[in-house]
Design a protein around this ligand. Sequence first.
Ligand code: ATP
Ligand code: MG
Length: 275
Amino acid sequence: MSDNPYQDDRGNKDRSLGNPDGMGTMDSYRKSGAARPAAGGPYLIGDAMTGGYGKGADILHGCTIAVEQGEIAVIVGPNGAGKSTAMKAVFGMLDLREGAVRLDGQDITELSPQARVRQGMGFVPQTSNIFTSMSVEENLEMGAFIREDDYRATMEQVYDLFPILREKRRQAAGELSGGQRQQVAVGRALMTRPKVLMLDEPTAGVSPIVMDELFDRIIEVARTGICILMVEQNARQALEIADKGYVLVQGRNAHTGTGKELLADDEVRRSFLGG
Ligand SMILES: Nc1ncnc2c1ncn2[C@@H]1O[C@H](COP(=O)(O)OP(=O)(O)OP(=O)(O)O)[C@@H](O)[C@H]1O
Ligand SMILES: [Mg+2]
């Protein structure tokens, strides 16, 4: 028997994955703590975003995506709807022609992705989200690239969250299973101790059991106070854990509501959830 009274308290053990000190300059957030009501709107919002790639046609048409502190927001929609494009826009990988991105009340529309990471954003893209020829641990070290302090404790927290990664830490990430690679990708993003974690299809290509397990870990991350903005192909399961859901169609907001509301909406069920 362990004498650790917290052993079964999975929900809170990784509290320190959150970011009590902050990496950036967001002093208002730091001083007032995670319980601060969203006075100036949602914690993170891509507001009425319009834009496309390079000089190409607009892909997003006045699209709005937001996540509140302590919440999980989920984006669903058909292939090619612009879900990944919306995530890239929020992360600064796309020039907006109209609209703005605000983080904790600050307009960050003009910031580079690197600067957004310093402001507390973590992003796991849909593809190429790990360094396959590097070991698991090297991937996590790469994730900590902006940190000048000692990141060993954060790495231990990532290993506590995903124990299989501790076991395989010397193995090349490319040799891992799909679900384990996604754990590496999420772990890498957590190494900067983000305040908001953006995940583009974290459960792509994994079995239903592995998907459930990944969702449980994502909920666990959210409980540490990190807000989650994620795109999901498994719409029904994702909306079940979502505080807020967005259905995107052709770069536009088609339906928005709580996860529960969208799951109960006849039109959403018929068109996007298979009835
Ligand atoms: N790098 C790019 N350059 C030009 N067009 C792109 C680029 N990436 C995506 N697109 C186009 O933008 C549109 C939206 O694509 P996006 O990848 O955002 O959709 P998605 O909703 O994420 O789809 P999926 O469910 O397949 O991941 C598509 O028409 C796609 O062809
Ligand atoms: Mg996509």
